[in-house]
Write a protein that binds this ligand. Structure first.
Ligand SMILES: Cc1cc2nc3c(=O)[nH]c(=O)nc-3n(C[C@H](O)[C@H](O)[C@H](O)COP(=O)(O)O)c2cc1C
Length: 231
């Protein structure tokens, strides 16, 4: 299964086999971390750890995400963890981004983690299995890219985003709502990065070439522009 295909089957997995993965499996996941694209100018750090260094994680392993506390850096963390979540699920592992789980001794620039491991929780069978806002509610166009991107996961499933399609680009706009901002706080900037990776994968699946992925603005005016040309 490809990462694009995993968009339609993934789920947040909260029950795991406690047995750790083997060295070869972890090396493969490390290679995916090393190969994961970051947003321009961003230097997030992503480190595999075992569950005995964590509190509240349901899985034998996690990837700790570190970076600056800016909107662009937080969205970069979401963008990279989105790639890794889809990669892990495309390989048959379970995974979940968890704001509530934490390292026992977090580094000063620790932001969030992606828990992962083996699972027997079944994947989703298709779009009907997802609880999400409708395409018309989040996008100015109903097309294959918007239909894939709407399935992106977000903290408390708030889906704090809108997609704006215009010639040569898709803009992901952060759209806070009061309760969401209060409960999910900075995690909503991570959410914006997560859906941006979905937009990119879906554009590429449609044969487009993504030319630039550029965070823009801050606070309530934060967004990310995904530039593309015909392939
Ligand atoms: C930034 C972020 C933080 C999250 N934190 C938690 C968490 O602490 N605990 C939890 O059970 N799920 C957490 N989730 C998972 C979301 O609840 C889940 O993605 C959303 O409800 C949609 O469900 P799905 O991922 O199964 O499609 C988090 C997701 C994101 C993107």
């Amino acid at each position: 299964m490809t990462s694009y295909e995993a968009i339609f089957t993934r789920r947040s997995v909260r029950r795991y086999d406690s047995a750790p993965l083997g060295d070869a499996e972890l090396a493969d996941i490390q290679a995916a971390i090393d190969g994961a694209k970051q947003l321009p100018g961003q230097t997030g750090r992503f480190i595999i750890v075992n569950a005995d260094t964590l509190k509240g994680a349901p899985s034998p392993h996690a990837i700790l995400a570190h970076g600056e506390d800016t909107d662009a850096a937080l969205s970069n963390i979401g963008y990279v963890l989105s790639s890794l979540d889809l990669y892990l699920q495309s390989k048959g592992y379970g995974s979940i981004v968890m704001g509530m789980a934490k390292p026992l001794e977090p580094a000063a620039d620790y932001r969030i983690l992606l828990a992962f491991g083996r699972t027997t929780v079944p994947v989703r069978t298709g779009e009907a299995d997802f609880k999400r806002r409708g395409v018309a509610d989040i996008s100015n166009e109903d097309n294959a890219v918007a239909r894939a991107a709407r399935l992106a996961p977000s903290a408390v499933n708030f889906q704090p985003w809108k997609l704006e399609f215009s010639p040569g680009k898709v803009t992901v706009k952060y759209t806070p709502n009061g309760i969401g901002r209060l409960l999910a706080g900075k995690m909503q900037k991570i959410d914006v990065g997560i859906i941006t990776r979905y937009v990119e994968l879906a554009l590429e699946h449609e044969g487009k070439i993504v030319t630039a992925v550029t965070p823009d603005g801050t606070g309530k005016n934060f967004g990310i522009e995904v530039g593309c040309t015909e392939g």
